[in-house]
Design a protein around this ligand. Structure first.
Ligand code: ADP
Ligand code: MG
Length: 396
């Protein structure tokens, strides 16, 4: 992948930067702004070099048409604060407002286009429809920089088709993320431990299948653990369960044993009377989860067990919270795993939007980890061994 330096002198050039600004937004108020902050260095670098920087990004799933609640306008304001420069906002993506905004840019100035996904062409599966939108986007600029790591696993116009139409480079964020993922996949230092959590096991089947051939230890917590516990023959009460994945998960348990991978499951959980922040709960062994209870976090013995399996690891990748960390009472397991990573001397990588948000919500130091990825799906697909369209397009 080319670097920005290799694009040559960008002064006065219109550079389209695909960033990942997909932050949680409720009633116009930004929640965790980690992805905006991660986008700042590349935009600033280009502005300082005198480029006319045109940032494009998506927010949520507005289904191909303008919807005010998915407008990037609040993000433009926050981006401007973080950049320390004015961000001109275009009310559309490739229409009159975008063209006028881009025409008005002076050297070193920054504009943000409205949500890419207000256009059906952005995510279309139809090559011609996507291509037509890519033509319009590419028409705004002379150069392209791919820096939206959280979207590189998508075959979308701004990610995949535009770099085929303009001279392109990878931004610093994409380059840094890929560098880290290479370290996890090409000859990682051992013992190599992976901690997986989050809600759905079905989201992570591909990565589990691939990791079983690569890791020494696989620790499973969060909602997905209950499908594993059930596959082992335990009752899980009202806990999150994906019945249709039981066969697949039984296969993983068998494969782990055959390959000598240590697959570590929770031994106790916080069993609550319902899914609520203030739900009464108690610690129970995973062999004795009452039928009317649901596990919302890993228990204290599991926290210790997981920490002990991470203490002497040399490489750790963590994706997915250990419990419903959004509720304070059920955030302790996630905190324990995060603290185990912080305490370890290993090369530690956090992937996943909710995991990264949990680190910040719990007030833990971000620099306690070797790397916090901005891309959940993208980093998982990379670890699955898939080719990512947005990286492939930047390769040549
Ligand atoms: P990431 O974004 O880090 O990849 P996921 O999206 O896979 O993580 O999962 C995050 C969600 O999983 C969180 O909203 C969390 O509340 C939920 N979760 C974790 N443990 C449980 C559990 N035991 N029961 C229900 N939901 C859970
Ligand atoms: Mg998530």
């Amino acid at each position: 992948m080319r670097t920005i330096d290799e694009l040559g002198d960008v002064r006065g050039k219109r550079v389209l930067v695909r960033s990942d600004l997909n932050v949680p937004l409720a009633d116009g108020v930004i929640g965790d702004d980690g992805r905006i902050r991660a986008s700042v260095p590349t935009i600033n670098e280009l502005a300082e070099k005198g480029a006319r920087v045109i940032v494009c990004a998506h927010l949520g799933r507005p289904n191909g048409k303008p919807q005010p609640e998915f407008s990037l306008k609040p993000v433009a304001a926050r981006l401007g604060e973080l950049l320390g420069r004015e961000v001109r906002f275009a009310d559309d993506t490739v229409g009159d407002s975008a063209k006028a905004t881009v025409d008005a840019l002076a050297d070193g100035e920054v504009a943000l286009l409205e949500n890419l996904r207000f256009n059906a062409g952005e995510t279309s599966k139809d090559d011609a429809e996507r291509g037509a939108f890519a033509d319009a986007l590419a028409g705004l600029a002379e150069l392209y920089v791919g820096d939206g790591f959280g979207a590189v696993h998508r075959k979308h116009a701004s990610v995949y088709d535009v770099p085929q139409r303009l001279p392109h480079a990878a931004g610093g964020l994409v380059a840094a993320e890929v560098e880290v993922l290479k370290q996890l996949t090409e000859d990682p230092k051992r013992p190599y431990a992976v901690v997986l959590g989050g809600a759905k096991v079905s989201d992570k089947l591909g990565v589990i299948a691939n990791l079983l051939g690569k890791v020494d230890r696989l620790l499973i917590g969060g909602g997905m653990a209950y499908t594993f516990l059930k596959a082992q023959g335990h009752e899980v009460g009202n806990s999150l369960l994906q019945d249709d994945q039981l066969d697949q998960v039984s296969g993983f348990l068998k494969e782990a044993e055959e390959r000598g991978v240590e697959l570590v499951l929770p031994v106790d959980v916080l069993a609550a009377t319902g899914f609520a922040a203030d739900a009464p709960h108690e610690v129970v062994d995973t062999t004795a989860i009452p039928a009317d209870r649901e596990g919302l976090d890993i228990g204290p013995r599991t926290r210790e067990l997981f920490a002990s399996k991470l203490a002497d690891a040399a490489t750790v990748f963590w994706n997915g919270p250990m419990g419903v960390f959004e509720f304070d009472a059920f955030s302790g397991g996630t905190r324990a795993v995060a603290e185990a990573l912080i305490a370890s001397d290993a090369f530690t990588v956090v992937g996943g939007g909710d995991s990264a948000a949990a680190v910040r919500k719990l007030g833990l130091p971000e620099d306690g980890f070797s790397h916090i990825s901005t891309g959940g799906g993208a980093s998982l697909e990379y670890l699955e061994g898939k080719s990512l369209p947005g990286l492939a397009a930047l390769e040549d």
